[in-house]
Write a protein that binds this ligand. Structure first.
Ligand code: ADP
Ligand code: GLC
Length: 468
């Protein structure tokens, strides 16, 4: 089966969050199953672009209304990622340093989707499936199904994976003329609440819809940023498939970013060495339990509560715990987290920014990882933590609920019900108690590290979905 993944992110080419991790791994695992999975994404001005070799496979232009933009599609020559990677370069639109956050993101992603389809449309053969990810590629199912220009692709099945329904990419009807011509009676397929809504359109038009965990599929029928009724009405074609993790990249036995590699048998000495190195850099005491948070500092992740949670925990524990934060996002949260350093230096530190290597070192060196998310469609951090012997402390929601079982229920994590200062504080208290029982901690770590969260299972589930 030939599968084309269209996505704004793909690790290690461009990653902002878990979407990048998923699209960097799933195609590789689908290829291992004997399929041909390819990734077609925008060409950003990234390190990957500068450091690798490419050949041009398509040279043309794309029109957005009256404006024409030159397009080139590059193929990475060596197949080093385990799949064919195609980068869509559009002069003046895609060639920026960041993935998102520009005033013209709507134009950038519409142009990328049109250019990608123009290219696929003129192949001699047709792919078996077009798999789109999130709203940045959400207009594809509408366009292949309804635009005259892509009539040839109208019988190619389309799949939408919703990684996060909070973000929908809405824009005004004044931009309708960017899209290639279609029968205007079909405009309703683009609309949700008076705007053109790419995520809603893909939910309507894709042949199948998936969410990145079974629990999230349940939750979006009552909590999906305004799309609840639409998702409920399209439920019949929807499935919840739990993400996996890339065991080649996230492997404590071989991870080149760690101070010391380790396996479940050597978890004690391995984590000790990684923790010591981390604590030395961040002026923390390796004898104390190390709690951490890694991620986007936004309300969705419960990050707005972290300053108060940490303040309480540090004040009440009388210097007996350590906390380290790696993240970036809301500037108010960033500065409140930074301020805590003045009060609790020696027990608390932060790294505000994005740092892939440091994230690996923290998963390896920490004792506990906090995820007090309000919304968590899947969450990959907790799965990385499990693999690196770090006990997850999570809110029972979305993918966190599907992957972490509380120690009180015979499991290996600490779960709480609400994203509240009280609930998370209580969970930290439980963790502190657990940490005193070294034997139990060791057993839990060994158990967690042997759990199999690799993509092998989910890659096949997607194939089954395509076959339907
Ligand atoms: P989301 O995609 O909603 O941000 P996920 O848990 O699915 O959440 O994935 C987050 C990914 O981004 C993980 O690979 C995590 O390690 C990484 N990550 C998040 N913030 C940072 C950061 N500041 N530095 C390095 N990696 C980060
Ligand atoms: C989104 C979600 C996150 C999920 C990731 C990968 O960013 O917020 O929960 O793990 O996509 O699917």
């Amino acid at each position: 089966m030939e599968i084309i993944h269209l996505s704004a992110e793909c690790y290690p080419v461009a990653k902002v969050g878990g979407l990048g991790d998923v699209v960097g791994a799933l195609p590789k695992y689908q290829n291992k199953l004997g399929h041909i999975a390819k990734v077609v994404m925008p060409a950003y001005r990234s390190k990957f672009m500068q450091e690798n070799e490419f050949e041009v496979v398509y040279d043309s232009w794309v029109a957005l209304g009256a404006q024409n933009y030159p397009v080139r599609i590059f193929r990475e020559k060596t197949n080093k990622l385990g799949f064919d990677l195609f980068l869509v370069h559009i002069d003046g639109l895609t060639d920026r340093e960041k993935v998102y956050g520009y005033h013209d993101d709507t134009e950038r992603f519409i142009a990328y989707q049109i250019a990608a389809l123009d290219w696929i449309n003129q192949w001699e053969h047709k792919p078996d499936v077009i798999h789109t990810h999130d709203h940045h590629t959400g207009l594809i199912p509408f366009m292949t199904g309804n635009c005259e220009r892509y009539k040839r692709l109208s019988n190619v099945p389309t799949v939408l994976t919703i990684h996060n329904a909070q973000y929908q990419g809405q824009f005004g009807w004044d931009k309708l003329h960017y899209l290639p011509a279609f029968d205007l009676w079909k405009s309703g397929l683009l609309e949700w609440k008076n705007s053109i809504n790419p995520l809603a359109s893909a939910i309507k038009c894709a042949w199948r819809v998936s969410t990145v965990s079974p629990s999230y599929l349940e939750e979006i029928s009552y909590h999906a940023n305004g799309l609840e009724s639409l998702l409920a009405s399209e439920r019949g074609k929807s499935a919840g498939i739990l993400n996996g993790i890339d065991n080649d990249v996230w492997n404590p036995e071989k991870d080149p970013m760690l101070q010391k590699n380790f396996a479940f048998r050597t978890v004690d000495s391995g984590k000790k060495a990684n923790k010591a190195a981390l604590c030395a850099v961040f002026n923390l005491d390796p004898a104390k339990p190390l709690f951490t948070f890694i991620g986007r500092l936004v309300g969705e992740k419960g990050a707005d509560l972290l300053p108060d949670i940490f303040h309480n925990a540090l004040a009440h524990s009388h210097g007996n715990i350590n906390i380290l934060v790696l993240g970036s996002g809301d500037p108010v949260i960033e500065s409140r987290l930074e301020q805590l350093k003045h009060w609790f230096g020696g027990n608390y530190n932060t790294y505000i920014g994005y740092n892939e290597q440091l994230s690996h070192q923290i998963y390896a060196g920490a004792d506990f990882l906090l995820m007090p998310s309000r919304v968590e469609p899947c969450g990959l951090n907790q799965m990385y933590a499990l693999r690196y012997g770090t006990i997850p402390i999570v809110r029972r929601i979305g993918g966190l609920k599907d992957t972490v079982v509380d120690i009180g229920d015979g499991g290996f994590g600490i779960c709480h019900d609400q994203t509240s200062v009280w609930d998370v504080g209580n969970a930290i208290g439980r963790a502190y108690g657990l940490f005193q029982d070294k034997k139990q901690v060791k057993e839990i770590r060994k158990y967690m590290m042997q759990l199999d969260h690799s993509w092998d299972r989910a890659a096949q589930q997607y194939i089954d979905l395509y076959q339907m």
